[in-house]
Ligand binder design. Structure first.
Ligand code: ADP
Ligand code: GLC
Length: 482
């Protein structure tokens, strides 16, 4: 098949969270399966410098954006055979310190930046000489594409355009903008209605994608069910229920080329399920790196996260305060809401020999925390898929998760199946319930044999992309046949 993907972030070029990981890995996995794959994403600051093999592409963009026309260039990279990344080079929009915001504030022109991206996607989908059959867009940043394609089909003379899929990685981010931004799309006002791009008087990019895409998917089966409920539907559950027959949940895969413990440039010591001594050595190295007493006996809890409400930071801070009365250590890497960043700094200040906190984004340290910790804490309010718990499983680090979304689909608690148990789950969203789960972890750590059993189950679980890519290919086939 000839598939064009589009996303506001793609690892290893750009990333704020799992969206980048997922789309980067999906592109590679589809190409490996023999499909022809293009992937469109912005050329953000620093990408060209980090990837000198990026080539200019003989294509000039000059697209209407409201009352003006905006020019741009395209450049390309072929990281693996069969996959071409098309970077949209528009310095005014994309050469900025952050992807979507700076200093905690969204850029004032995010509507223009990502409507431009979506227009570039529709334009390339129409004019690339290899004629993609299917366009698969991800999250709100590219979610206007199905509508733009649909409009060109009905009134722009585009006969036989590609079919479209939208994957929702997180329904809480919808790309909502004031009505005054609608003209930036240059679409007729007839689309600005409840049966279209309008949502409570605003332009809603994700809603328009849910409405106009041929198929909609989310990143785990359970989240696909949860988004149709008022609790987790973020106001769009009604529309998602209406589209239920085109809605599916496909669990993300893990890029084991990168997330592995045997051949990993970020880890000092290699290890495997048959030889865990390297894991202990990584733990000692991590404790040393972050200035905590290096002691194998003390259970080490890790966390790498965007510090936002979704991730349950509030209950984590409260539960940790109590748990830190016992013998344990805790390491956090994250950034986000200033009040949560301060909360962790204060925690470290109060428990200097037990808690180490690094505020910022650090890929290498994220691997070292996954590898060096004994437990990984993920108490999310909701979690569309979650990748960290799958990384933890592969790294022999027992995940402690709230039973929601993809966390619930991937982690198995002792109470569900003792033979396959690989993590600790709790259900109620409260510090007390998380606190109880932390105590269970301490008890597990005191039982080395049972702990090994969890590690073995986790490290041998297989979330590889080969299977996931095949499920996407099946979905594309179905859409093309429909
Ligand atoms: P989400 O996409 O909601 O943030 P996921 O679990 O799907 O959650 O993906 C998070 C990804 O982002 C993981 O690869 C994780 O390691 C990475 N990540 C999050 N915060 C940081 C950070 N501060 N430094 C490095 N990597 C981070
Ligand atoms: C989103 C979700 C996360 C998911 C990731 C990749 O950021 O919050 O749960 O793993 O996308 O699909």
């Amino acid at each position: 098949m000839k598939i064009l993907l589009a996303s506001g972030e793609v690892h290893p070029y750009s990333k704020t969270g799992g969206l980048g990981d997922m789309v980067g890995a999906l592109g590679k996995a589809l190409a490996r399966e023999g499909h022809q794959v293009g992937l469109i994403t912005p050329l953000y600051a620093g990408i060209r410098e980090r990837f000198p093999a990026i080539q200019p592409f003989d294509w000039v963009l000059n697209l209407p954006l409201g009352g003006r026309r905006v020019a741009g260039k395209v450049c390309t990279l072929e990281p693996v055979p069969g996959l071409t990344i098309y970077f949209i080079d528009q310095p005014e929009f994309y050469l900025r310190p952050g992807l979507y915001q700076n200093g905690g504030f969204d850029y004032h022109d995010n509507a223009e930046r990502f409507i431009f991206l979506s227009k570039a996607v529709a334009h390339l989908a129409r004019h690339l000489p290899w004629k993609p059959e299917l366009v698969h867009v991800h999250d709100w940043q590219a979610a206007l594409v199905p509508l733009l394609i649909n409009h060109e089909k009905s009134s722009g003379g585009w006969t036989n355009p590609p079919r479209t899929c939208l994957t929702i990685h997180n329904l809480a981010y919808q790309g909502q903008f004031p009505v005054t931004k609608f003209p930036v799309t240059n679409l007729p006002w007839s689309y600005f209605k409840p049966e279209g791009a309008e949502f409570y008087g605003q332009l809603n990019c994700l809603k328009s994608g849910i409405f106009f895409a041929d198929a909609v998917s989310t990143v785990s089966p359970r989240y696909a069910r949860e988004v149709t409920t008022p609790e987790l539907g973020c106001g769009l559950d009604g529309l998602l229920r209406r589209r239920q027959s085109q809605l599916s949940g496909i669990l993300n895969g893990v890029d084991y080329d990168e997330w592995n413990t045997l051949n990993n440039p970020f880890l000092k010591h290699a290890y495997s399920v048959d030889n865990l001594s390297g894991k202990s050595a990584n733990k000692a190295a991590l404790q040393e790196e972050l200035g905590l007493p290096a002691n194998e006996k003390i259970p080490l809890f890790g966390s790498v996260n965007r510090l936002v409400d979704q991730k349950g930071v509030d209950i984590q801070l409260t539960a940790l305060e109590e748990a830190l009365g016992g013998e344990m250590q805790f390491i956090l890497l994250g950034s986000g809401d200033p009040k949560y960043e301060q909360g962790y700094r204060d925690l470290a200040h109060r428990h200097p020999t037990k808690v180490a906190v690094r505020i910022g984004h650090d890929q290498g340290l994220s691997h070292r925390i996954e590898a060096g910790s004994n437990f990984f804490i993920l108490p999310s309010r909701f979690e569309p898929c979650g990748l960290n718990q799958m990384y933890s499983l592969r790294y022999g680090t027992v995940p402690i998760v709230r039973a929601t979304g993809g966390l619930n689909d991937t982690v198995i608690d002792l109470t569900e199946n003792a033979a396959s148990a690989n993590g600790i789950k709790f259900t109620e969203f409260s510090p007390a319930a998380l606190g109880k789960a932390l105590r269970k972890a301490l008890a597990l750590y005191a039982e080395p044999e049972l702990h090994r059993h969890y590690q073995r189950n986790g490290m041998t679980a297989d979330f590889s992309w080969t299977r996931t890519a095949q499920v996407y290919a099946d979905l594309y086939q179905k859409v093309l046949a429909g």
